[in-house]
Design a protein around this ligand. Structure first.
Ligand code: CU
Length: 263
């Protein structure tokens, strides 16, 4: 009986391989690093801010398959500011704001020569993962970071196991990257084609298609967005005046949409 339990415990340990010591290190002063992007996580009303140290932030479009040694990327997660009904209180760009009373979690990944071997079959190149509290204690200790490596496998070797950074590099309009979209562009269509919003609403479009599109006012000589890149481009527009905004894609003029702004 005892033998059996022991064997089971051993096999779990063999599966859940991870580094046993912290070689990542608390990312001192990360709030002053370059913000790669922010993500409003609507399912759990959480604001995620992704910071890169100087080395990680130096990676340019096309260089993402191979971050240089010394790269440190931080994903700070913190509860968003909410109203009494539990809805996120948006800032003037239509984005989540940090709840100053909430305690952030500081998820950190560091790449160094030879790192990552301890993860065995779920190794993510030369990255190791640790999550910290602001008090510099472990939120996820190195021994438990198997979950981190296992999930980051999804980002893939082609992106050096870093998610979403393509948005940061390729998107001409980074301002609203990471906002929850109110409308998407897919298969040469604005979805929904007609959207009704209250004045004061920040509408974010996300291009989920495989080619670039843009948003152009039907009014001759009117406003036109930058080209929104496939799979990452976003555009936020704040609607303050009640009325109708009729628009199309200037690249594919038969793509049409309408936003009705009500008081
Ligand atoms: Cu188009």
């Amino acid at each position: 009986m005892y033998k059996c339990v022991l064997a089971f415990a051993l096999s779990l340990a063999a599966l859940a391989q991870a580094p046993t010591t912290d070689r990542v290190g608390f990312p001192e002063g990360y709030q002053k690093w370059t913000v790669l992007y922010t993500l409003d996580r609507s399912d759990n009303k959480q604001l995620r801010t992704i910071y890169g140290n100087e080395i990680a932030a130096s990676v340019k479009d096309g260089g993402q398959a191979n971050y240089p040694y010394g790269s440190v990327v931080v994903l700070e997660t913190v509860a968003a500011l909410k109203d009494a009904d539990g809805n996120a209180v948006l800032d003037n760009r239509g984005r989540y704001q940090k709840d100053p009373a909430a305690t952030p979690t500081i998820n950190t990944m560091r790449k160094e020569k030879g790192f990552g071997a301890a993860y065995g079959a779920i190794r993510n190149g030369e990255w190791e993962y640790v999550a910290y509290t602001p008090a510099k204690t472990f939120s996820t200790a190195p021994q438990n970071s198997t979950t981190c490596a296992n999930c980051h496998l999804q980002a893939g070797q082609g992106k050096d196991w870093v998610f979403r950074a393509s948005g940061h590099f390729k998107n001409g309009v980074t301002e609203s990257l990471g906002a929850v979209p109110s409308a998407i562009i897919k298969n040469y269509a604005f979805v929904p084609a007609v959207l009704t919003v209250k004045s004061g609403t920040f509408v974010t479009f996300y291009n989920d298609d495989v080619v670039a599109h843009n948003i152009a006012d039907d009014f001759q000589g009117g406003w036109i967005s930058a080209n929104l890149q496939a799979g990452s481009g976003t555009q936020g527009i704040l609607f303050t005046i009640p009325g109708e905004f009729n628009f199309h894609c200037a690249i594919h003029p038969n793509m049409k949409g309408k936003i009705i702004v009500v008081p």
